[in-house]
Design a binder for this molecule. Structure first.
Ligand SMILES: NC(=O)C1=CN([C@@H]2O[C@H](COP(=O)(O)OP(=O)(O)OC[C@H]3O[C@@H](n4cnc5c(N)ncnc54)[C@H](O)[C@@H]3O)[C@@H](O)[C@H]2O)C=CC1
Ligand SMILES: CC(C)=CCC[C@@H](C)[C@H]1CC[C@H]2C3=C(CC[C@]12C)[C@@]1(C)CCC(=O)C[C@@H]1CC3
Length: 345
């Protein structure tokens, strides 16, 4: 009689493992003795101990070989929020996540950790010390957020102890660190074009920025604590640095660290938000004729001018989470890692 080989608990797959967070996660998993199978639409590096599978996660047949003999799957793939492409977000984050779940069940995967986002509860207005029981945003701020909500619901609803398939979602916020393709590069590009002189609003709004290694730590704890008797089954967890900082202080520290001037002049929030909305609508209407991508999108303006910081008490209680790198050190290490983005480089 053929016996099915039970997948090793130290063999895992990272879907989206070529990306910023995914690669940091892969590196930490290797350090901890896991063997890793990466599935991504692109291959961005090579590492001993990692097997790469290139393909689109919407394609179940392409996914299955990457999940062979794997007991644990991390799903941290998503199109970049800046693409603002509704069709792409729906295809990858919603239909693609359905396919990932089906493929995991078919391949006998026992645990799945989704990288969701704390933004699933953000509607563009203040959130102070928000806990996981806040309702999902009824009016999500953009297509990216809208599909992250659906994605999280799909994964958490798929948690089934009887079938032996356990799921959990990590909700990070404002991830930064070496090799981030988004936050620091966009910030520097905006500064180089002379557009980082202004503070939107009064500059006192508090925000979470989370060093990438803390986000990785939260994912691995969640995976290792996820058992049928664990409170983590089918639940979302905020993972932050647990050190909310003024949005504009964080921006200034990164900019000054890289040799650029800190923003100084204040602009009223409502005025900038209104202008950003107008530009976004114009870009949408004129899209077939002219293509332009405004830097200050309504989403970025809302993130820059409101409080949005979250409690990670639930992760502390259920997962034993505590940040491993403080904000000050995280910022220093990030700034050091971008010599090519320094002023004058
Ligand atoms: N960067 C941030 O501040 C935050 C990110 N997140 C979430 O964290 C996760 C990772 O984000 P990052 O590492 O920042 O993004 P990233 O863009 O660096 O990585 C995403 C990866 O997904 C891959 N991918 C995209 N579409 C795919 C497809 N159809 N099939 C296979 N692979 C595909 C990309 O090639 C890329 O390597 C995402 O789910 C994102 O929504 C959540 C909160 C904050
Ligand atoms: C005002 C301005 C042009 C600031 C430059 C920095 C921004 C590009 C980042 C500041 C907050 C960041 C952020 C995200 C992307 C990059 C920023 C807008 C996310 C939208 C990434 C995906 C998420 O799930 C939530 C993040 C919130 C914070």
């Amino acid at each position: 009689m053929a016996t099915r080989v039970r997948p090793s608990s130290k063999r895992c797959a990272v879907i989206g493992g070529s990306g910023f967070l995914g690669r940091h996660l892969v590196e930490k998993l290797l350090d901890r003795g896991y063997s890793v199978s990466v599935f991504d639409i692109r291959q961005s590096y090579e590492l001993p101990g990692v097997t790469f599978h290139q393909g689109d996660l919407c394609d179940k047949q392409a996914l299955l070989p990457a999940l062979k003999d794997v007991s644990l799957v991390f799903h941290c793939a998503s199109p970049a929020p800046a693409s603002d492409d509704r069709g792409l977000f729906e295809r990858v984050n919603i239909q693609g996540t359905r396919t990932v779940i089906q493929a995991c069940i078919e391949a006998g995967v026992q645990k799945m950790v989704l990288t969701s986002s704390a933004s699933v509860v953000f509607e563009g207005t203040d959130i102070e010390n928000g806990r996981e029981d806040l309702p999902y945003a009824k009016k999500p701020i953009d297509f990216y957020t809208e599909t992250k909500i659906q994605q999280e619901k799909l994964v958490l609803e798929a948690c089934d102890k009887d079938k032996g398939f356990l799921t959990v979602a990590i909700r990070p916020h404002g991830i930064f660190g070496p090799r981030d393709p988004q936050l620091v590069p966009i910030l520097v590009d905006t500064a180089r074009r002379g557009k980082m002189k202004f503070i939107i609003g009064d500059g006192t709004n508090l925000v979470d920025f989370t060093f990438v290694e803390n986000v990785v730590h939260g994912h691995i704890l969640a995976a290792e604590r996820l058992r049928p008797d664990s409170p983590a089954c089918g639940k979302p967890y905020h993972i932050t640095n647990d050190e909310p900082i003024k949005f504009w202080d964080f921006m200034s520290e990164v900019l000054v660290g890289l040799g650029y001037a800190a923003p100084r002049y204040h602009l009223p929030y409502a005025l900038v938000y209104g202008l950003a909305l107008l530009l976004w609508l114009l870009a949408l209407i004129l899209h077939p004729l002219v293509s332009f991508k405004p830097t200050f999108t309504p989403m970025r303006v809302a993130l820059a001018g409101t409080h949005h910081y979250y409690s990670c008490d639930r992760a502390k209680e259920d997962l034993g989470y505590k940040p491993v790198v403080g904000l000050k050190e995280g910022i220093e290490r990030t700034v050091q890692s971008y010599p090519h983005l320094r002023q004058g480089a």
